[in-house]
Design a protein around this ligand. Sequence first.
Ligand SMILES: [Zn+2]
Length: 153
Amino acid sequence: MVTEIKFCSPVGKWWFLSPYAEFPINIEVDGKFYTFQTVEHYYQAMKFYATDERFNTILNLKNPDDARLITKTPEYKINRRLDFDKNKFDIMEKGLRAKFTQNLKAAEMLKTTRNAVLVKSCKECYKCGFGIGSGQNRMGKILMQIREELLSS
Ligand SMILES: [Zn+2]
């Protein structure tokens, strides 16, 4: 039987699937390596050029939700990289892959979900670009793909 796992917030049994879960990732941006505390920090920071002070502000925020919210302010909105929307799915995938290849514990936990269908789902997820609804469960699909790679390696 194939079970379905619903995840979103970094709480409960499936906390580690959330992009907010604290698994640091080291990623190169414009020729320099940065350590982001969560995938969410990386995703939000990539709305700006690394040379933009806003990139560093996001990088240094403690809470991943603060990183998300600050990008909704008018000052941040008008300074967003114009190529972000075109690249956002690749950015998220790169962040998630870094999370599960750079954090052994996260990889082991993802593998324990075996063949369960992973669904990014909460009330807000119907609107967000990665959950079920408008996002076509893109994040769940990326996670299942990464799990496949981990299980077959
Ligand atoms: Zn959600």
